[in-house]
Design a protein. Sequence first.
Length: 369
Amino acid sequence: MKDLINDELLIRYLTETVTAEENVQIEQWCAMSDENQKTVEQLYFALQASDCIRLIKSVNHNKALYHFKGRMRRQEKVIRRRILIQRLQRVAAVLLLPVAVLAAWLSVQKDEIPVQYVELHSNPGMVASFELPDGSHVWLNGGSSLRYPVVFNGKSREVRMSGQGYFEIAHIAGQPFSVKTGESFSLEVLGTSFNLAAYDDEDIIETTLVEGSLRIKLLQNGKMVQRMMKPNEKVIYAKNRESVKTETFVQKNDQNRMVPSKEVTPESVKVAIVDPQYDIAWKDQRILFKDHPMEEVIRTLERYYNVQFVVRNEKVMESVITGNFSNEQLPQVMEYLKISSGIKFNIVPATIENGEMIPGVVEIWKSNQ
């Protein structure tokens, strides 16, 4: 296989011009050794940096910036930046985003497109980390997106997020930072670290404050209300739907315990005192469970490993899980769940159909005996 992999083929792979068969071939070659993976990474970064530098050198910097600022006052355009190479996504976001943003600024004169926003997406099963223009740091969990301006002008710094993100916000006096997830929920940040989970396909929005202070604005009974959060608090907000289910940690006998799932009223709010490490472990490629109900465990594993769980009987959902996982493969985690809860499982690996990756499936069941 080594003789079949060359720089020309790798470049076509990184620029998404290979066939489905070639894509599988390269994926297998990358998995054979760390050296092969490193070769692909180095080539990827070289291509990205080369493109950005070429664009920067091709324009008049001062004139481009002048035109850019003028057009920003008159109209808005959204330029979506997608990081599509899953293996390199998290590292590339850290190393190449500042160069990509600068290139976007300077491309205004050349392409006559007033660039104002950047939108980043984290592919399922991946974690992306990067720095915002104001120096704030953001981690995006799999299947998440963040939209923010190239420059934070005006009296506030506003971003929009879908999915799950961990934020470490730089404090700037007189310019508060806000995160919006929709029309009914937003956060105003005053220099803080927090976790926000607001996936479009889930019925609840969860916010956990690690340090600093947060002002939550949410819709209740047709009116926007505000609430201040303190460190180690977790707020769970039910979206405006007929009925939703939720579960959360609550403080009980000096230990964090998980309350079983219950139906809650739409637009209702629950507040709990928690240990934040359980909500932010994902950003460091870790999974922590402590008396978590199986429903929560499944949802976490689906996001982390980009798989779909199929529960064959409801007896599985009676299990409560405690565990600490770091860099384990899915089969290892499932073996642990088998031992700790008595479940049985079958993993159907991911496949490639028509050049697209079809997520794997995990079937789980439990004997009725």
